[in-house]
Design a protein around this ligand. Structure first.
Ligand SMILES: [Zn+2]
Ligand SMILES: [Zn+2]
Length: 254
């Protein structure tokens, strides 16, 4: 059997997304939203109204530049974090099997329609339930929504993240006041950790302290008012946490 010609496939995907968007716009009353915001760390796209907000887990599909008139797939974009382009590699894989060149080319010339067409294809392969075009300067950035997140889960998720001046929105981590990336102080942890790990329990956090804090902790037979006063735990981001860990354990000098 011959594969479906690309133009037909593309048209079919566009129709599919068009129908989905009608429903999506109705359900969320998209026409009356007043603002939007996305957070690549959290992986949440927020659509804002004067009296409420909706939260969507998304996949970044790609962006269309109105300046260079080119489409750039997210899977080919080093600035899009892996977490928000999960599953996007399905597109070039599928394109390779079918011989659909636009799906296997990271950057190509397009026009005003290209962004929605590519988003429609991503929707067909990744099973979204709605999409959004966010314009920022000369870029139209396309998002495919995979799940709606309830406010309660969003608030819970948000609480576990911090905005780091250096690394943006990241999972939170706790360290004693003595830990830093300039002086080695030892590195004790509540449990073994590695970057991007999934926690066993929902309430787990990255927690580390220095050798001195460890001896105080042992002296007081655990964390109590005294040992905590000495440690003066501070909040940092996950990336900073692992920078300090690597520095202290000497991987970097290795
Ligand atoms: Zn300490
Ligand atoms: Zn940081």
């Amino acid at each position: 059997m011959n594969p479906e010609p690309y133009l037909l496939f593309k048209e079919r995907c566009v129709d599919e997304l068009h129908n989905l968007q009608e429903e999506f716009k109705k359900v969320y009353d998209i026409d009356s939203h007043t603002n939007w915001e996305y957070d690549h760390g959290l992986g949440i796209f927020t659509i804002k109204y004067p009296d409420r907000e909706y939260y969507f887990e998304y996949v970044g599909v790609g962006s269309y530049s109105n300046k260079t008139r080119t489409w750039k797939w997210s899977w080919d974009n080093e600035y899009t974090p892996d977490d928000v382009k999960k599953g996007m590699l399905k597109i070039p894989e599928f394109g390779k099997v079918r011989g659909y060149d636009e799906l296997t080319t990271g950057l190509f010339d397009g026009d005003g329609e290209t962004g929605w067409q590519m988003t429609a294809i991503a929707n067909n392969l990744l099973k979204g339930f709605g999409a959004y075009k966010a314009t920022s300067g000369h870029l139209d950035i396309y998002f495919l929504f995979i799940n709606e997140v309830e406010k309660e889960s969003y608030d819970k998720l948000r609480k576990r993240y911090v905005k780091c001046g250096e690394h943006g929105s990241r999972r939170r981590a706790f360290v004693c006041q003595h830990l830093n990336s300039n002086t080695k102080t030892g590195f004790e942890e509540a449990f073994p950790t590695y970057p991007d790990m999934e926690f066993e329990y929902e309430d787990d956090d990255f927690q580390a302290w220095c050798d001195e804090c460890e001896s105080v902790r042992v002296k007081y037979d655990g964390w109590n008012e005294e040992s905590e006063k000495f440690a003066k735990i501070k909040l940092i981001c996950e990336k900073c946490y692992f920078d300090i860990k690597e520095f202290n354990l000497g991987y970097k000098e290795g």
